[in-house]
Write a protein that binds this ligand. Structure first.
Ligand SMILES: [Zn+2]
Length: 64
């Protein structure tokens, strides 16, 4: 229950208050965002991809 509540929470970018509203901040009308961090960011995915490319390249150079 508490975990579910946490995921539904939004934070106001203006007054920094937490709310269960999904549209606008009920206190100041500011924009809301989801405060929890993204566990799988696209950056991490690309980093993994870059490492894979690097390893493939190194292996090709060693074989040549
Ligand atoms: Zn607000």
């Amino acid at each position: 229950m508490m975990i579910k509540m946490k995921w539904l929470m939004r934070k106001c970018s203006k007054c920094k208050r937490y709310t269960l509203e999904t549209g606008r901040c009920p206190y100041c009308g500011g924009e809301l965002f989801v405060p929890h961090p993204h566990r799988f960011s696209p950056e991490d995915k690309y980093a993994k991809y870059r490492i894979a490319i690097k390893l493939t390249k190194e292996r090709t150079l060693n074989e040549a």
